[in-house]
Design a protein around this ligand. Sequence first.
Ligand code: NAP
Length: 290
Amino acid sequence: MDKRKILIQIDTDVLPSVFDRVVAIDAGADEVFSYGGVRPEQVQALVHGAIFTRGPKDLKSTAIFIGGSDVTAAERLLAEAAKALLPQFGLRVSLMLDANGANTTAAAAVRAAARHLELNGAAALVLGGTGPVGQRAALLLAGAGAVVRIGSRQQSRAAVVADTLRARVKDARLEPVATGTTEELHRALEGRTLVIAAGAAGAVLLPASARATCPGLKVAIDLNAVPPLGIEGVGPMDRGADHGGVVSYGALGVGDTKMKLHKAAVARLFERNDQVLDAEQIFELAQAMP
Ligand SMILES: NC(=O)c1ccc[n+]([C@@H]2O[C@H](COP(=O)([O-])OP(=O)(O)OC[C@H]3O[C@@H](n4cnc5c(N)ncnc54)[C@H](OP(=O)(O)O)[C@@H]3O)[C@@H](O)[C@H]2O)c1
């Protein structure tokens, strides 16, 4: 008989995410052990607690989830966790990173876009591209071959993200762009067929007045559910709605897929003990979902 499923939640925030704990239980974890404010130098001991307690054949029933509001800090924890595993002895557990829901949200958004557009070669703009979700959306789009503009109110911030992504995605076609002024936003929108707005909650990133500058827009996806919404004219519940020829998704329309994906990914952790679920793997899982 399989052992009880234990998810070890390692969170960079002092208070481990309640959201992630609830989803873990709903995804089938029997127990969630939560650790908050975790620093890289503390990860090895946590991982050793996970891998030295059950024999290799039972380690698929233990898994580690890394979260928190700082994705870069969470990435460091993931790297430390991977280093602390002992695969040569079969002593490893599956790992998942979904800091701030960035991977599952971005994967759900890009999956939605892929249902309406060939991503390879698509001209995309990610507004709010410097945040956790925006960075992951840009990463997945670039990985799928899209030509991606990363938008930020400060071009220099977008440039840092573009450099980081280039190191991860071979031959990525990325262009950091400023979107802080009306003129900058209009330039950023020129020629775009896909816009994903991943700006902060309650910030309008794409006002209706700017839409005329991208007549070729085919798909618009807004991830901000807090009014005022990120893309004027896209409703929060939109899920493939047609607004003047633009296929539109709102935050709640994407959120349904995000929730299913988050649960599917956690459930997947308990199938084997050798998986690392980061953006790319979670996107693969999203594409395989009905
Ligand atoms: N639908 C879902 O299931 C789901 C799940 C998770 C998150 N979300 C939503 O997804 C969005 C992105 O999340 P996140 O955590 O990545 O966001 P975030 O870090 O709070 O913000 C993303 C970016 O927005 C820009 N920004 C901040 N304040 C702004 C303002 N007043 N005006 C214009 N731009 C501003 C910033 O970029 P610059 O400073 O570089 O311009 C920031 O890096 C949020 O709206 C969040 O609520 C949705």
